[in-house]
Ligand binder design. Structure first.
Ligand SMILES: [Zn+2]
Ligand SMILES: [Zn+2]
Length: 354
């Protein structure tokens, strides 16, 4: 099978031939038709995550090996299947759930594979990802039918959409008129706004350092927007929401944004940390106790959450990020990642096989 691998950190992707894994059990081989280019692959391409004062977390610590085959927003059709697969080869398109756990720990048994404590098998990390002609998936249960959705957009649901959906589950409160802030509405953050609305929340404040990002947030359904470049960003954020926040989802998650979010939280408020931009959390610990604050991280989501999101997307008219389609080729993997790094992409790039 042909994959677009990178030989060393930051190297360009190259088309290489690798051995196709055996199709035992319920495993399947999927011909990739659509492959979304996600911002998190930029960190992966660099070879590490920035952990602030704690240094760097190498990408290889999660089981990745070079040549690295990144890409985890995959739509495709099954071309070969193991004897126990519940899906047979055909032209039906599926979203591939990429956040695959060990299959043996309690979290995996409970379908919370993004909380797996064993040897994870995440596609684009421990297993080869979607910058490829084909991808091997360990079990057909990880295939979610695309149905009537646009396949390019459906691909992006597997990471950015799923991350947004899972983060909303963590931040939502029955107090639907208390403000929830979405910090960083440039990329993934933008997609969370319509999901919050579709799930019944009525007071959504978009916060960003860019006027253009706030315009997009307003169009996506934010009830208020706030530019956080002012001297009193906390007060501006609270004022925009009409009171202290019930919650915040931080898609930047650096030192400045996390401190902004925590400072704007009201009693019992929760910060959901999503972004991987790196930095250090600094906040008065006494206030965490007095205001009974909660901080919860979010990394992608579970298979049931992806299915719930796909169902929601089928039933609700969720606004979509603008998508640029480019041919699924090695040079476009590199080009799309470069464009993302240089902030030349408004929305998402999805690589499409011809
Ligand atoms: Zn991603
Ligand atoms: Zn597990």
């Amino acid at each position: 099978m042909k994959v677009f691998g990178i030989a060393t950190p930051n190297a360009p992707a190259e088309e290489i031939e690798i051995e196709t894994p055996e199709l035992t059990g319920a495993s399947v081989l999927v011909r990739i038709t659509h492959s979304g280019v996600c911002h998190s692959d930029l960190h992966a391409r660099e070879g590490f995550f920035d952990l602030g004062d704690a240094g760097r977390l190498p990408y290889t610590s999660a089981g990745a090996e070079y040549p690295l085959v990144l890409g985890h927003e995959i739509v495709g059709e099954v071309v070969a299947a193991g004897p126990d697969s519940t899906v047979q080869p055909g032209d039906e398109q599926f979203i591939v759930f990429p956040w695959i756990g060990c299959g043996e720990c309690q979290a995996c048994a409970e379908d919370r594979e993004n909380y797996c404590i064993g040897a994870k098998r995440n596609l684009s990390v421990a297993l080869n990802g979607g910058y490829a002609r084909e991808v091997w998936v360990p079990d057909s249960r990880y295939l979610v039918p695309v149905g009537d959705l646009d396949p390019s957009w459906a691909a992006t649901l597997a990471c950015s959409g799923l991350t947004s959906y899972a983060a909303t589950t963590k931040v939502l409160t029955p107090e639907v008129d208390r403000p929830i802030a979405v910090i960083g509405t440039g990329g993934v953050g933008l997609s969370v706004i319509p999901i919050l609305r579709a799930r019944g929340h009525r007071n959504i404040v978009a916060a960003d350092v860019s006027e253009a990002a706030l315009e997009n947030a307003k169009a996506a359904g934010a009830t208020a927007t706030v530019l956080t470049t002012g001297e009193n960003a906390v007060a501006d954020l609270v004022e925009a929401g009409g009171g202290k926040l019930a919650g915040a989802i931080d898609f930047v998650n650096n030192g400045a944004t996390s401190s902004l979010a925590l400072s704007a939280l009201g009693v019992g408020g929760k910060l959901v940390s999503v972004g991987l931009f790196g930095g250090q959390l600094a906040f008065p610990t006494t206030l965490v106790a007095l205001s009974q604050l909660k901080i919860e991280g979010n990394f992608v989501g579970s298979l049931p959450e992806l299915k719930a999101l796909v169902k929601l997307a089928g039933e609700t008219d969720l606004p979509r990020l603008p998508i640029q389609e480019r041919p699924l080729e090695a040079e476009n993997v590199t080009g799309a990642l470069d464009d993302l790094a240089e902030r030349r992409v408004a929305g998402r790039v999805v690589l499409v096989a011809n």
